[in-house]
Write a protein that binds this ligand. Structure first.
Ligand code: OOG
Ligand code: NI
Length: 466
């Protein structure tokens, strides 16, 4: 079979992301409401901040905004994780980053499957935050053995999707008909099931150990637990949520509001309580489970290691000054502390660039292209920027933040779920279970920035700028 007849992996991902969003809107109507609110708020931003629209137009991001979303799942075994990596690879998604959530009392470690090249991200930036349960952290040996045995019995993939994954690996891709079938079959893994694989008593035991353990072990598959649209103004969406009957969590995770957003700000609404039929349940017994929620995110500039170190330091300072976990009662004070502490992070693109705090995409301007190499002394990037021949826009942060992710987990697990684990971070074990290494996200941003500089030097016919 020739490559020409293979469906494009980015298009498969875009199709899968659409199918997933469609399924989740039917399963959780509040997600649809949230999407409407986000779309309206984004329209408002375009009206009132033409410079935001201008910047999105310049980078082309405007085209991906409406389809942009991430989701999250949790799996129970190394085989499930490794097979997911193969499934996501069919759609051009690679495991990027390693997140250890145990310091925050959540017994998982995670990665994010996503596209890695800017051209692919432009077609579909769909990401899936994927967590693997660390069963070794269950201290009750009998319960751990029970959990292992329940997980060993399930298969979270349809037989047909496994065949299609193998076929894609063997042939180097899928034709369009097979790609369509792949999307349909892959979706089954992420579907909600209102029947559990354990009895109510067993479920309650797992729940008592940790809510998250019950969520992973008691069901047939890793139901998608949220899908998150991207907003351009998270504070407005947060304050308008109650008007649509949605109760948001108390604090927005991540950095404070800024003129030039950095990294990622997130907020969510509480998980729904949903009816479940447990094994052996009598006709008049009823059970329920809460796992699925809604979330929104606002994405800003990807930071360099130096910028990220400054972010981590400022976030820690604000949290130390708060002296406790951010919650409803201290939300206002926390916002004020963040605001004050983050004054030390320049809110000016030129300063962020010159101080090496963020990654940028460099773009030749019309003026620069018209001048081409006629102004030979201008060989240096700063001079070309100064002369208006090169423009720059920050690269969007495509990843996640462990402290924020822990806050999202916690708000949905309830405050009673705070456990303490002495476990150390174990990226090596995670990569072993995954069957491959996770990609360093910082390298990806550096590569994209470098490619944009090369493109500038080609277009302006000047020697390489990097
Ligand atoms: C994942 C929580 C993390 C995010 O956006 O940081 C997350 C989960 O609850 O499974 O989705
Ligand atoms: Ni999320």
């Amino acid at each position: 079979m020739s490559t020409a007849s293979f469906a494009n992996r980015d298009q498969i991902r875009a199709g899968f992301s659409r199918a997933m969003s469609h399924m989740y809107q039917q399963e959780v109507p509040l997600y649809g409401t949230l999407m409407e609110l986000v779309a309206e708020t984004n329209e408002g931003v375009f009206k009132h901040s033409p410079q935001v629209l201008d910047s999105l137009n310049k980078t082309g991001e405007i085209e991906r905004l409406d389809m942009e979303r991430h989701g999250a799942i949790r799996v129970g075994t190394p085989l499930e994780l490794a097979t997911l990596a193969r499934l996501f690879a069919v759609m051009g998604m690679q495991p990027v980053g390693y997140y250890d959530l145990t310091p925050a009392g959540v017994p998982v470690h995670s990665t994010a499957f996503r596209a890695v090249h800017e051209d692919s991200l432009q077609v579909s930036p769909f990401r899936v935050f994927t967590s693997l349960l660390r069963l070794e952290l269950i201290d009750n040996a009998a319960l751990r053995a029970f959990a292992e045995q329940v997980l060993a019995k399930r298969s979270i993939f349809t037989p047909r999707v496994l065949e299609l994954i193998e076929q894609s690996e063997r042939d180097g891709g899928l034709n369009q008909a097979d790609a369509d079938e792949f999307i349909e079959q892959a979706l089954e893994t992420f579907r909600w099931h209102n029947t559990a694989t354990v009895s109510l008593a067993e479920y309650q035991q797992l729940l008592a150990q940790h809510r998250l353990i019950a969520d992973v072990v008691a069901f047939r598959g890793p139901h998608i637990n949220h899908l998150t649209p991207r907003t351009l103004d998270i504070d407005t969406v947060q304050s308008n949520m109650p008007l649509r009957g949605i109760t948001p969590k108390a604090v927005v995770e991540g950095p404070p509001r800024r003129q030039h957003p950095i990294l990622l700000r997130q907020t969510s609404f509480k998980a729904l309580q949903e009816p479940i039929t447990f094994v052996g349940q009598g006709a008049n017994e009823s059970g329920s489970h809460s796992a699925r929620f809604g979330e929104i995110e606002q994405r800003g500039a990807a930071l360099t290691p130096k910028g990220r170190a400054l972010y981590d330091q400022l976030l820690n300072t604000a949290r130390e000054q708060l002296g406790e976990f951010p919650n409803e009662a201290n939300a206002v004070r926390y916002a004020e502390l963040l605001e004050a502490v983050f004054k030390d992070f320049p809110d000016d693109l030129q300063a962020m660039r010159q101080q090496g705090l963020a990654y940028f995409r460099y773009l030749p301007t019309d003026k620069g292209i018209a001048a081409r190499s006629s102004e030979l002394p201008l060989k240096d990037l700063e001079a070309l920027i100064e002369a208006g021949h090169i423009d720059f826009e920050p690269l969007v942060y495509e990843d996640f933040l462990p402290v924020s992710a822990a806050g999202i987990f916690q708000s949905n697990l309830g405050d009673d779920a705070q456990s303490h684990y002495n476990a150390s971070s174990n990226q090596q074990q995670f990569q072993h279970d995954l069957g491959r290494e996770t990609i360093n996200e910082l390298q990806l941003y550096a590569d994209t920035q470098r490619r944009s500089l090369l493109e500038c030097s080609n277009q302006l016919r000047v020697p390489p700028l990097v």
